[in-house]
Design a protein around this ligand. Structure first.
Ligand SMILES: [Zn+2]
Ligand SMILES: [Zn+2]
Length: 422
């Protein structure tokens, strides 16, 4: 027995990356259905998707409690020691007057992962028991929207960099929290792998009794950008009032003001990129002497210490990724403006990579939040965050929003690929 909900043969949905309308077709166990035109991933057939996601979400909740309730790391130097918990970095950023960074780290490392676990449980537990909880569509939509903002695995890499930086100068002990946190990352990744959003959306559609749309006049069909359901809208009704019957998202043919918003965000991020690299991101004060570190000087230090793999990792995450995102998004914007028909499929793939890779730039920010909370031995050693860290976090967050605002379907529209029955 499998709980996989085969999409009804007649159910239609629109590719969220190129806009092509598809008839859902059943796939074999483990197979992935992809867009025939741009290669975007649609859904995959998985056995017992909902039961497994339910079990793993319960496990995640227990691990989350362990990860937040105990000591994360202990730092020992010159007979003195200081410990932190997962939330210490947040408290320390707040104490040092960097409220925006405190909020950001709290959200992406603690609050959003928790919302994701609870939101998933809220939807899959009742579905497993055979009923539909109130607002299930909206809750599951938010679980999916928040997905790129749950950055625990990136945080863990920040922990690794912080650990390597400290381990030569002091004794570092790893606490129960850190181990629980590491297991939590694996279990949450397993939850994502087990949970097939399409299966959840199909169950939610059936439970509302919403009829699958029939192919009619294509102009009256709009694909929901949140759950991919194709909805029929009355031509007389203004689209701004239309809401997806399954997930409650507002319906747009394309993301609203996509080009203007993306361009504005790209420009803001490009400007912020300058202070992010010029100003120090943190200052290590040891026995009264302090040396401010910029992102680049932090990487040089890792190279001097012969930590090449780590230096390359930080260089890639902090320097290469933001620059590639800014150049890549600018290029995609220009390609839409000039109506380029060139390599549409590759440009769509490029967008997919830009969208997926941005969160990894947060490594340095997490490393700083860990260091300032851990290294607090007054005169012996202290680490203070610098203003460059706020600018850098701004670059990461703004470029993430920029890639979310960009609508890759506009590239296909601009090239004329979505005209005449396509
Ligand atoms: Zn497509
Ligand atoms: Zn929807």
């Amino acid at each position: 027995m499998s709980d996989y909900d085969a999409p009804a043969a007649y159910s239609l949905f629109a590719c969220h990356e190129c806009g092509l309308l598809h008839h859902a077709h059943p796939v074999n166990e483990g197979e992935v259905a992809r867009c025939s035109r741009c290669g975007a991933r649609f859904y995959r057939r998985r056995r017992n998707s909902i039961q497994r996601a339910l079990a793993l979400s319960f496990a995640s909740l227990v691990l989350f409690a362990l990860a937040n309730g105990f000591t994360f790391m202990t730092f020992k130097l010159e007979g003195r020691e200081s410990s932190n918990i997962l939330a210490s970095g947040v408290a320390e950023l707040y104490d040092q007057g960097l409220l925006p960074l405190a909020i950001l780290v709290a959200m992406v490392a603690i609050i959003i992962p928790l919302i994701k676990i609870l939101g998933t449980l809220y939807v899959v537990l009742p579905l497993h028991l055979g009923w539909r909880p109130p607002f299930a569509g909206a809750v599951f939509r938010w679980v999916e929207v928040l997905h790129p903002w749950a950055m625990m695995e990136v945080y863990m890499l920040g922990v690794l960099v912080a650990y390597v930086k400290l381990v030569d100068m002091a004794t570092i002990e790893l606490g129960i929290s850190l181990y629980s946190f590491a297991v939590l990352i694996v279990v949450m990744a397993a939850t994502d792998a087990a949970l097939e959003p399409h299966a959840v959306w199909e169950r939610l559609r059936k439970s509302t009794g919403a009829p699958p749309p029939a192919v009619a006049d294509r102009d009256s069909l709009v694909g929901c950008h949140a759950c991919d359901l194709v909805c029929r809208v009355r031509p007389s009704e203004p689209l701004s009032h239309a809401v997806c019957p399954r997930c409650g998202a507002h319906l747009h043919r394309r993301k609203a003001n996509s080009l203007t918003r993306t361009a504005a965000l790209v420009m803001t991020a490009a400007i912020l990129y300058i202070p992010a690299n010029v100003f120090p991101v943190m200052t290590v004060i040891s026995f009264g002497k302090g040396a401010p570190d910029t992102i680049l000087s932090g990487i040089k230090e890792l190279i001097h210490a012969d930590m090449w793999p780590l230096a390359l990792l930080v260089f890639f995450a902090s320097i290469t990724v933001p620059v590639l995102k800014l150049i890549g998004l600018s290029y995609l914007l220009i390609s839409v403006k000039i109506g380029s028909r060139w390599r549409l499929k590759d440009r769509t793939r490029m967008y997919r990579i830009i969208e997926g890779i941005g969160r990894w730039s947060m490594i340095d920010i997490f490393m700083i939040s860990i260091l300032i909370a851990l290294v607090k031995l007054d005169a012996i050693a202290t680490i203070e965050p610098g203003v460059g860290a706020i600018a850098f976090a701004g670059v990461v967050v703004i470029t993430m929003f920029a890639s979310i605002c960009f609508d890759p379907r506009l590239m296909w529209d601009a090239a004329g690929a979505n005209r005449d029955g396509h």
